[in-house]
Design a protein around this ligand. Structure first.
Ligand code: TXA
Ligand code: MG
Length: 318
């Protein structure tokens, strides 16, 4: 099958209506999308990603009215968050309605729902009579794609089309929030900082990770991983000296001057966390393709999006 990168929304709608998979842009990362109400199409997402069946998919919608069709017993705080952040980088985990196929939720009684903030994909969704199930468009455990080209590198020849919406402007996957009654729980750090969510619904409970029975497999320890070994460190210059015999790539926040490194990527020369987040996965893709022995990544300040970036770096390290 030849994969075309396209900006043709109607063509993408046609393919999706036929039950085919199409990669779609969102503001966070590219997704590998299918008709969420078609179990056969959704099954192929799992097969193509090599993703375990227990790891549920997020359902993407374009208007608030779709939420109660997919989810029930929706707490007021969920509506408050949806109103504050949708369309945007927030996924809500809620009790599922029967219409949601079990294959999407990995057999769980809950479903993850998100309204992405990307004009192309909102237009795509508006012309479809069904919502779209879409995980990040990468093989299981690999770095998420933030451009159409990344998707092509992973799945070229396996899907009919990649809908090109340009580089992802947030660059980190959505923040995932679930509920225990009215108590909000943080399942995955992401594109909306924890502090911004807490400003709307108060203190979040943090989901405790457990690698064998993860509540959200985005919390799996090994995830978002380049092929090249990656180490997170506080002092890049010292670590470079320790590894002076190796070809080392440096992933820094803003500094560029590392004479001992083979390759350096500074994520934001202006020290902006938003810019660093947007550039992170592109940088990991680039460093991973640079024939290095080791990637040294700088630990970020543990606040706002810095905390979400650190989360991805720690998982990439494993
Ligand atoms: O930004 C994003 O969320 C992107 C774009 C494409 O929307 N999607 C994404 O999907 O990151 P994926 O499948 O790579 O990650 C979804 C995460 C997984 O860790 C999954 O376990 C969790 O969401 N999840 C989905 N439904 C869930 C549920 N019912 N309960 C717990 N976790 C759930
Ligand atoms: Mg993913």
């Amino acid at each position: 099958m030849e994969t075309t990168i396209t900006t043709d929304i109607e063509k993408s709608q046609k393919l999706l209506k036929e039950g085919q998979l199409v990669a779609i842009p969102t503001e966070t990362v590219y997704g590998l999308a299918a008709n969420a109400l078609d179990s056969n199409a959704v099954k192929r997402i799992f097969e193509m990603k090599g993703r375990p069946a227990f790891n549920p998919l997020i359902v993407h919608i374009h208007q608030m009215e779709q939420l109660p069709i997919l989810a029930k017993d929706i707490p007021q705080k969920a509506y408050d968050l949806a109103e504050a952040f949708w369309p945007g980088s927030l996924t809500l985990i809620l009790p599922k309605q029967d219409i949601v196929p079990d294959i999407i939720t990995g057999g769980k009684p809950t479903v993850g729902v998100r309204m992405p903030n990307h004009k192309t994909t909102l237009d795509l969704l508006k012309g479809l009579p069904f919502p779209l199930a879409a995980p990040s468009a990468n093989p299981f455990t690999r770095v998420s794609p933030t451009s159409a080209k990344h998707v092509l590198d992973y799945f070229g020849d396996q899907i009919p089309a990649i809908l090109d919406g340009g580089p992802c402007q947030v660059g980190l996957e959505s923040t995932i929030i679930g509920f225990d009654g009215e108590i909000p729980i943080l399942y995955r750090k992401g594109g909306i900082p924890k502090e911004a969510i807490e400003a709307v619904v108060g203190k979040l409970r943090i989901s405790t990770e457990n690698e064998t029975a993860p509540e959200a497999p985005g919390m799996l320890l090994k995830h978002y991983s380049p092929r090249t070994p990656l180490v997170v460190c506080d002092n890049l210059k010292e670590k470079l000296k320790e590894n002076s015999l190796k070809k080392v790539g440096v992933l820094s926040f803003y500094e560029e001057d590392f004479p001992l490194a083979t390759k350096v990527i500074a994520l934001s020369k202006n020290k902006m966390l938003e810019e660093a987040a947007m550039s992170l996965f592109e940088a990991l893709h680039t460093l991973d393709a640079s024939g290095l022995d080791l990637i040294l990544a700088e630990r970020f300040p543990e606040k706002g999006l810095g905390s979400s970036i650190n989360d991805r770096l720690f998982r990439a390290e494993n």
